[in-house]
Design a protein around this ligand. Structure first.
Ligand code: VGL
Ligand code: ZN
Length: 196
């Protein structure tokens, strides 16, 4: 388990049924194995009084993010559906901050930014402000998927000057192309993240 203090925040990325349940529409192999590992990190963070933030991929029924609408992904994490709900075994702390991304049809890979899939224009979410308000300097990222949302969140965290850690057993890659997960690990390390 990672060490937590009040300058460290845990970001629990997209631990939702469509990614983490074998019946999910964009199931990430081994995703359910991440749940108990994430729960241990959540417990450790809570015990140390560290901030815990959860993200949810939260799409409308139609979005250029989906294959059927011109994008690359099967329909997943449509707002207010089973697939978009947190995995039932995930420990969601009472009163914790939940950030939803992609709500307006954007691609929301990084928890820090959303991106218009047509114009490419990027806009920040509330995450950075939330962290700055609390004087957070260091982030621990767990969740799904390693080669998309976790990676992009880590790269944004580094760009914004946060120290970033990812315990590898607490994430899994989609591996759309074989090796994507390993390439994501390298990319995150090159950006100065601690990937263990
Ligand atoms: C994600 C693919 C599409 C993720 C979200 O959470 O990593 N991946 N949408
Ligand atoms: Zn998505």
């Amino acid at each position: 388990m990672t060490d937590y203090d009040e300058r460290t925040a845990l970001v629990v990325v997209d631990m939702q049924n469509d990614f983490a349940d074998p019946n999910g529409s964009l199931y990430v192999r081994g995703g359910e194995e991440v749940v108990p590992v994430a729960n241990r990190e959540i417990a450790g963070a809570a015990e140390a009084g560290a901030l815990v933030v959860y993200s949810q991929d939260w799409h409308p029924e139609s979005t250029p993010h989906f294959q059927k609408d011109g994008g690359v992904w099967p329909v997943h994490c449509v707002r207010d559906t089973w697939g978009a709900e947190f995995h039932p075994d995930l420990h969601v702390l009472e009163g914790a901050e939940v950030l939803r991304k992609g709500t307006g049809g954007e691609d929301g890979y990084s928890v820090f930014t959303v991106r218009d899939p047509e114009s490419g224009e990027e806009a920040p979410t509330r995450l950075e402000e939330l962290l700055r308000e609390r004087g957070i300097e260091r982030l621990v990222m767990v969740g799904l998927a390693q080669d998309y949302c976790v990676k992009d969140t880590v790269l944004d965290a580094r760009r914004l000057g946060f120290h970033a850690t990812v315990p590898l057993e607490a994430t899994r890659p989609v591996d759309l192309e074989p090796g994507d997960g390993d390439r994501a690990t390298l990319q995150m390390r090159e950006a100065g993240a601690d990937i263990g």
